[in-house]
Design a protein around this ligand. Sequence first.
Ligand SMILES: Cc1cc2nc3c(=O)[nH]c(=O)nc-3n(C[C@H](O)[C@H](O)[C@H](O)COP(=O)(O)OP(=O)(O)OC[C@H]3O[C@@H](n4cnc5c(N)ncnc54)[C@H](O)[C@@H]3O)c2cc1C
Length: 543
Amino acid sequence: MGAVQNWLDAFEKALKTGDAKSIGSLFVDQSFWRDYLPFDWTLQTVEGWDAIATFGACNGPKTRFSNPQFEGGSDDHEGLFRFRTQDGAGRGHIRLENGRCKTLFTMLEHLPEAAEPADTQSEPFVLIVGGGQSGLALGAQLQDMRVPYLIVDKYPKVGDQWRSRYDSLVLHDPVWYDHMPFKPFPADWPVFTPKDQMGDWLEAYADELNLNVSTSTSLIDAKYDEASAHWTAQIDQNGACKTIRPTHLVMALGLSGFPKVPNFKGQDTFQGPQFHSSEFQGGTDFAGKNVIVVGANNSAHDIASDLVRVGSRPTMIQRSSTLVVDQTDYCERILGPLYSEKALENGISTDKADILQASMPLRMMERNHKKLWDGIRSDRADFYQRLTDAGFEVDFAEDGTGLGMKYRRTASGYYIDVGGAQMVMDGQIKVSSGLGVSHLSEKAVHLENGERLSADAVVYATGYGDMTDWVAALVDRETADRVGPCWGYGSGTKGDPGPWIGEQRNMWVETRQQGLWITGGNLSQARFFSRLLALQLAKRFEA
Ligand SMILES: Cc1cc2nc3c(=O)[nH]c(=O)nc-3n(C[C@H](O)[C@H](O)[C@H](O)COP(=O)(O)OP(=O)(O)OC[C@H]3O[C@@H](n4cnc5c(N)ncnc54)[C@H](O)[C@@H]3O)c2cc1C
């Protein structure tokens, strides 16, 4: 028998005893155990020998971890395995170091098959607010687990959120990373999906899976009643007010909160149009004009590139530095080992890739990404030098850990380059770096150093607020404050203060407000975390 199977058998035995010493002896000192539900019904990473021994002793006996089966891996010291617990079937991943465990990942995959819900016409057990990819993926998972749910979306058609974005938008992530659960993209799908095609796909997804979606329906207000443990949710359905009483409320309202528009002196005197990037519909109205784009991240670059294509003269105001990555590097070096045609040829299916990705605790991911980014930085020194020479300030995250960690910390501060960087180098997109805006006048934007930039229009590509904005608007401020900030993992870097949490804050787990959950993120997160969120809701439904 191989080393991994031997370890798993010893682990099963030790867990049964609940003896911290025997459990701990199976792990190296600086080890990690990331548990996604089977042992403690939450998403968490336990770090270090002591904490792991205690965690295993507290949760081991009751979990009834059994029948672990190594599925094979790159060698006999690392790989995937299946197991059972008292709650259902799980899958995991392990890395051994001299026979002891360095990283362990355990994840629940299935509860025992549920019976049909007693009355599918009654109140939904779960109300999902938002029918974008996150809401739809969760609906599909709940349907699979036979949990009554309703998705409401304010738009008339599923997919309108993507359709409403600027014309030139094409997904920056490649198709292998983007599959939705139960219905992957067909083999001939473009590698980078244009935004309207993405919207159409989501609409077809909801239709074909027969998801319970009510469009042109907005949540107006939700109040939780502690005594009955139910929400009273007021919805506006095509102009008619209705009340529904779900047990759980899931906010699936996007990766962020409301558009952030800075307040500058003189905004009221500026004579041209000024608006947030989320309202940008395309550059055609601005041909031949000077457009100031405040910001220098993804949206700013996409918008400025679009403006160049229609013959206008954009200037990006870059207040602080930006991480830029060439899309080829992003797809081949960052995502490629797990999500690419090559990965599929190597036997790494999407399911397997998701587990491999989750198997890496964030502390180790930071270290690995630092090395990866040191490599990208040196191999692409010429590219970064040319950007710097054009007056653009480049960073690689404040600790050099790159794009993936920036995404997990603040989901901002980067550009996946699809042509904008060359336009900056060529001077087609002008950049003003290191300075903020001082004020606006009738026909200009003025910088803090006194420089005057002639402007016919201003686009604020200045990002979005926190997801808890939605909680404050739809529930109340007190609840939003109790829930606290969403996203980030306590890395202690700018925008993501400590203490260290090691998982995305408040995401895909019940928040401090009973019955309130938050989901969101890119397509890959919608796919993977929808299952884990649905399992937690299904467990509560079963109870
Ligand atoms: C410009 C841009 C480019 C992006 N590019 C990519 C990319 O390349 N790859 C990627 O994976 N991600 C990308 N993202 C990020 C992310 O995938 C998208 O923001 C995505 O739309 C998030 O999906 P979601 O389901 O979490 O939320 P959304 O798609 O934002 O869906 C939220 C839904 O909630 C609805 N809603 C809002 N308020 C209410 C209410 N009160 N009642 C009922 N319904 C309501 C809205 O109508 C909307 O349909 C991009 C985001 C932006 C802004």
